[in-house]
Ligand binder design. Structure first.
Ligand code: ZN
Length: 249
């Protein structure tokens, strides 16, 4: 049987038995897959480091009828800085859990993998505010999977002018005229609407190059919380940990 080579990142790793591991990989070629890594927890195992969360590189697998077995990991980036940075790791694990939530086997996750990789790099960049990185990632991850708030036009009348609010019920922006008729509408600054449009329309590579005011960051956070609570069917364990750690993100 020919082994299969994939490029991807370890989203999660869990111990099995005494020495083995099960890893979840987000890959360019196969979407999200789970693989068994025999003896990967032995100290001298060549798979030891390559089966830790965040490891990115090339993985060689055997494809069985119902499962994959990992035989080699050639890692190009371990994101090791995150291991020495508790707060950074909390953000990182949350980003992995979001990717895990959306990922499925056989779907095209190339854009998500690019987003995840760039976001982890942004996380290790000392000049970038992490609460903003989090909101940009949430919005873009939703957009990659078609679940983002529509911020490009009014969700009620379709107008592109005077977008001044957001409604979770409508799933996106509202113009000033339609705001009045929507009970759960919240008002937004024009620069918050603009920032969200920018994030939605910008390629992953250039995503983490802008700053916003504290007020815009707060509004962006509020919109993303409302949208996540309404449209994502999961409570993220890693988000609870992150929130406990950072309090007022
Ligand atoms: Zn409208």
């Amino acid at each position: 049987m020919e082994p299969l080579k994939v490029t991807g990142m370890v989203l999660a790793a869990s111990p099995i038995g005494e020495h083995d591991k099960r890893v979840v990989l987000l890959t360019l070629e196969r979407g999200k897959i789970a693989a068994f890594a025999r003896a990967a927890r032995r100290q001298n195992s060549p798979l030891l480091a390559g089966t830790e969360a965040f490891a990115f590189g090339e993985f060689t697998l055997y494809e069985g009828r119902n499962s994959y077995t990992l035989i080699r990991a050639e890692i190009s980036n371990y994101f090791r800085e995150l291991a020495q940075d508790v707060e950074g790791a909390c953000y990182g694990f949350y980003f992995l859990e979001v990717a895990d939530y959306y990922g499925k086997e056989g779907t095209d996750e190339r854009e998500m993998l690019r987003l995840l990789y760039q976001t982890l790099r942004a996380l290790m960049h000392p000049g970038l505010p992490r609460p903003l990185i989090r909101r940009v990632y949430e919005l873009k991850a939703m957009a990659v999977h078609g679940e983002n708030p529509n911020m490009l036009s009014c969700t009620r009348c379709g107008s592109r002018e005077e977008l001044r609010g957001y409604s979770a019920r409508q799933g996106g922006a509202l113009c000033s005229r339609c705001m009045a008729g929507e009970r759960d509408a919240v008002e937004l600054l024009p620069s918050t609407v603009y920032a969200m449009q920018y994030i939605l329309c910008t390629d992953v590579r250039s995503l983490y190059t802008f700053r916003v005011s504290d007020e815009v960051q707060r509004e962006l956070g509020m919109v993303m919380d409302r949208h996540r609570e309404r449209y994502m069917e999961k409570r993220f364990r890693t988000l609870d940990i992150l929130q406990a750690m950072t309090e007022n993100v």
